[in-house]
Design a protein around this ligand. Structure first.
Ligand code: FES
Length: 163
Protein backbone atom coordinates (compact mmCIF):
# COMPACT_ATOMS: atom_id res chain seq x y z
CA UNK A 1 0.00 0.00 0.00
CA UNK A 2 2.76 2.38 0.95
CA UNK A 3 4.58 1.77 -2.27
CA UNK A 4 1.35 2.35 -4.23
CA UNK A 5 0.84 5.74 -2.52
CA UNK A 6 4.41 6.74 -3.17
CA UNK A 7 4.23 5.83 -6.82
CA UNK A 8 0.90 7.66 -7.13
CA UNK A 9 2.46 10.79 -5.59
CA UNK A 10 5.42 10.43 -7.88
CA UNK A 11 3.11 10.21 -10.88
CA UNK A 12 1.22 13.34 -9.77
CA UNK A 13 4.49 15.23 -9.30
CA UNK A 14 5.67 14.08 -12.73
CA UNK A 15 2.39 15.26 -14.33
CA UNK A 16 2.68 18.60 -12.52
CA UNK A 17 6.23 19.08 -13.71
CA UNK A 18 5.22 18.12 -17.27
CA UNK A 19 2.33 20.56 -17.16
CA UNK A 20 4.51 23.32 -15.78
CA UNK A 21 7.01 22.63 -18.59
CA UNK A 22 4.23 22.40 -21.19
CA UNK A 23 2.62 25.76 -20.45
CA UNK A 24 5.68 27.90 -21.20
CA UNK A 25 6.38 25.83 -24.32
CA UNK A 26 2.83 26.40 -25.48
CA UNK A 27 3.13 30.10 -24.72
CA UNK A 28 6.33 30.29 -26.73
CA UNK A 29 4.74 28.51 -29.68
CA UNK A 30 1.71 30.81 -29.46
CA UNK A 31 3.95 33.86 -29.32
CA UNK A 32 5.91 32.69 -32.33
CA UNK A 33 2.75 31.96 -34.30
CA UNK A 34 1.22 35.28 -33.29
CA UNK A 35 4.41 37.12 -34.18
CA UNK A 36 4.59 35.38 -37.53
CA UNK A 37 0.97 36.24 -38.21
CA UNK A 38 1.56 39.89 -37.28
CA UNK A 39 4.66 40.04 -39.50
CA UNK A 40 2.73 38.54 -42.40
CA UNK A 41 -0.15 40.96 -41.94
CA UNK A 42 2.28 43.87 -41.69
CA UNK A 43 4.10 42.85 -44.84
CA UNK A 44 0.78 42.81 -46.69
CA UNK A 45 -0.87 45.85 -45.13
CA UNK A 46 2.04 48.33 -45.18
CA UNK A 47 2.59 48.19 -48.97
CA UNK A 48 -1.17 48.18 -49.49
CA UNK A 49 -1.60 51.30 -47.36
CA UNK A 50 1.37 52.95 -49.11
CA UNK A 51 -0.29 52.14 -52.43
CA UNK A 52 -3.65 53.54 -51.38
CA UNK A 53 -2.20 56.59 -49.64
CA UNK A 54 1.11 57.26 -51.43
CA UNK A 55 3.72 59.23 -49.51
CA UNK A 56 3.91 62.84 -50.54
CA UNK A 57 6.76 63.09 -53.01
CA UNK A 58 7.86 66.63 -53.36
CA UNK A 59 7.41 67.59 -56.97
CA UNK A 60 10.54 69.39 -57.86
CA UNK A 61 9.62 73.03 -57.91
CA UNK A 62 11.84 73.34 -60.89
CA UNK A 63 11.05 76.29 -63.06
CA UNK A 64 14.09 76.18 -65.30
CA UNK A 65 16.57 73.66 -66.54
CA UNK A 66 19.62 73.57 -68.79
CA UNK A 67 18.17 71.65 -71.73
CA UNK A 68 21.30 71.61 -73.88
CA UNK A 69 24.60 73.34 -74.58
CA UNK A 70 24.99 75.86 -77.36
CA UNK A 71 26.23 74.03 -80.45
CA UNK A 72 24.88 70.68 -79.29
CA UNK A 73 21.90 70.68 -81.64
CA UNK A 74 22.37 71.15 -85.37
CA UNK A 75 19.84 73.20 -87.30
CA UNK A 76 16.55 71.38 -87.96
CA UNK A 77 16.88 69.01 -85.02
CA UNK A 78 15.29 68.39 -81.67
CA UNK A 79 16.14 66.92 -78.32
CA UNK A 80 14.08 65.48 -75.50
CA UNK A 81 15.22 66.72 -72.10
CA UNK A 82 14.10 66.17 -68.54
CA UNK A 83 12.11 68.98 -66.98
CA UNK A 84 11.48 67.93 -63.39
CA UNK A 85 9.73 64.59 -63.68
CA UNK A 86 8.36 65.26 -67.17
CA UNK A 87 9.91 65.30 -70.63
CA UNK A 88 10.39 68.49 -72.59
CA UNK A 89 11.39 68.98 -76.20
CA UNK A 90 13.89 71.56 -77.44
CA UNK A 91 13.97 72.30 -81.16
CA UNK A 92 16.68 74.14 -83.06
CA UNK A 93 14.79 75.43 -86.08
CA UNK A 94 16.10 75.89 -89.60
CA UNK A 95 16.01 79.65 -88.90
CA UNK A 96 18.53 79.18 -86.07
CA UNK A 97 15.99 79.76 -83.32
CA UNK A 98 15.37 77.64 -80.27
CA UNK A 99 11.85 76.73 -79.17
CA UNK A 100 10.83 74.43 -76.34
CA UNK A 101 7.64 72.75 -75.25
CA UNK A 102 6.34 70.07 -72.98
CA UNK A 103 6.99 66.81 -74.82
CA UNK A 104 3.76 65.29 -73.55
CA UNK A 105 1.22 64.96 -76.31
CA UNK A 106 -2.10 66.59 -75.48
CA UNK A 107 -3.99 63.62 -76.87
CA UNK A 108 -3.07 60.63 -74.69
CA UNK A 109 0.24 61.69 -73.09
CA UNK A 110 2.71 59.98 -75.42
CA UNK A 111 6.11 61.63 -75.75
CA UNK A 112 6.38 63.65 -78.95
CA UNK A 113 9.50 63.95 -81.09
CA UNK A 114 10.97 66.28 -83.67
CA UNK A 115 10.77 65.05 -87.26
CA UNK A 116 13.47 66.52 -89.50
CA UNK A 117 11.58 65.41 -92.60
CA UNK A 118 8.35 67.14 -91.50
CA UNK A 119 10.25 70.04 -89.92
CA UNK A 120 7.83 69.98 -87.02
CA UNK A 121 6.91 68.02 -83.92
CA UNK A 122 5.17 64.71 -84.32
CA UNK A 123 3.53 62.19 -82.04
CA UNK A 124 4.03 58.61 -83.14
CA UNK A 125 1.18 57.20 -81.10
CA UNK A 126 -1.69 58.40 -83.29
CA UNK A 127 0.05 60.52 -85.92
CA UNK A 128 -0.45 63.84 -84.17
CA UNK A 129 1.34 66.89 -85.62
CA UNK A 130 2.35 70.17 -83.96
CA UNK A 131 3.94 73.17 -85.63
CA UNK A 132 6.94 75.01 -84.21
CA UNK A 133 4.70 77.26 -82.11
CA UNK A 134 3.38 74.10 -80.43
CA UNK A 135 0.00 74.39 -82.12
CA UNK A 136 -1.80 71.15 -82.94
CA UNK A 137 -2.12 71.14 -86.72
CA UNK A 138 -3.15 67.61 -87.60
CA UNK A 139 -4.30 64.38 -86.03
CA UNK A 140 -6.16 63.78 -82.78
CA UNK A 141 -4.33 66.10 -80.31
CA UNK A 142 -6.99 68.52 -79.03
CA UNK A 143 -4.72 71.29 -77.72
CA UNK A 144 -1.32 72.86 -78.37
CA UNK A 145 1.75 71.71 -76.48
CA UNK A 146 2.64 73.72 -73.39
CA UNK A 147 5.19 76.28 -74.54
CA UNK A 148 8.35 77.04 -72.56
CA UNK A 149 10.64 80.07 -72.60
CA UNK A 150 14.16 79.61 -73.98
CA UNK A 151 17.15 81.74 -72.94
CA UNK A 152 20.75 81.36 -73.95
CA UNK A 153 23.07 82.03 -71.02
CA UNK A 154 26.68 81.78 -72.12
CA UNK A 155 27.06 78.11 -73.13
CA UNK A 156 23.73 76.95 -71.70
CA UNK A 157 20.34 76.80 -73.35
CA UNK A 158 18.01 77.37 -70.42
CA UNK A 159 14.35 76.42 -70.66
CA UNK A 160 11.85 77.92 -68.22
CA UNK A 161 8.19 77.59 -67.56
CA UNK A 162 6.32 80.65 -68.69
CA UNK A 163 5.02 82.38 -65.57
S1 FES B 1 -1.06 60.40 -77.91
FE1 FES B 1 -0.22 61.75 -79.34
S2 FES B 1 -1.54 61.60 -81.02
FE2 FES B 1 -2.40 60.28 -79.57
Amino acid sequence: METGKVSQEQNLKREDSQQSQGVPRRKIVNLLLGGGLLTTLGSILVPLINFIIPPKVQEAAQNSVVAAKVGELPLNSGKIFRFGSKPGILVHTQNDEYVAFSAICTHLDCTVQYRQDFKHIWCACHNGHFDLTGKNISGPPPRPLEAYKVDIREEDIVVSRSA
